[in-house]
Design a protein around this ligand. Sequence first.
Ligand code: IPE
Ligand code: IPE
Ligand code: MG
Length: 247
Amino acid sequence: MDIIDKIDISRLPKHIAIIMDGNGRWAQQQGMDRIFGHQNGVQSVKETVETCAELGVEYLTLYAFSTENWQRPKEEVSALMDLLVSTINAETPVLQKNNIRLAAIGDIDSLRPNTKAELEKAIAETAHNTRLTLILALSYSSRWEITNSLQIICKKVQEGKLNPENITSDLISQHLTTAAFPDPELLIRTSGEYRISNFLLWQIAYAELYFTPKLWPEFRKNDLYEAIIDFQSRERRFGKTSEQINP
Ligand code: IPE
Ligand code: IPE
Ligand code: MG
């Protein structure tokens, strides 16, 4: 029996989010520099996107660059931005062919003008696609996002457009950069680190967390299948009792 046959296609997570970690360590294992690891991580991105589309996952969010990652050495930041632009350019036709829509969350205005322009072009070109929405988290951190949303909400209150009593959990969700997407149901982190690193803190309130020791450049189709199979073995209770879930 192939591993894919263990997946119940009728119970797929609608939205998978991934903290793609371990590129630097993978490169170091090969005696190469960290940038080599980022370059090889692109293959894992391609395979993951393709697999999600084939299975019928509707949303895939990839943590590609955090607010805190700006503090890395200048050469590494620069290489990551160049890689982002070259990958977007090379892959946009593939996204089109596979009916995949590109989207981005994060402080997009903080990207270099050419990076931002290429990204926005690819987002516009793929806007009508309907199969899978691929969301890149770029210059993203959850605390940045929540702070930003608070500023917008407070301004509305100040201008008399919003009554504080009408600030609900849903209203807060609508002011995050993820407003157009459902919350992730499965969060995967590679590289054996057990932390969230400022990713989607609000949105993962009830996500199932899955950690794998695999480094991101080694992450393959079967690793994604295994994460989904593990997800499907969990009982998601949302605060209720097991008996309430299975009457
Ligand atoms: C993840 O791999 C990619 C980014 C954060 C951009 P790392 O570059 O963090 O690799 P490690 O964790 O140092 O091995
Ligand atoms: C998280 O990885 C950010 C991305 C995967 C883009 P990091 O490597 O930056 O996280 P920490 O520093 O280990 O927490
Ligand atoms: Mg890391």
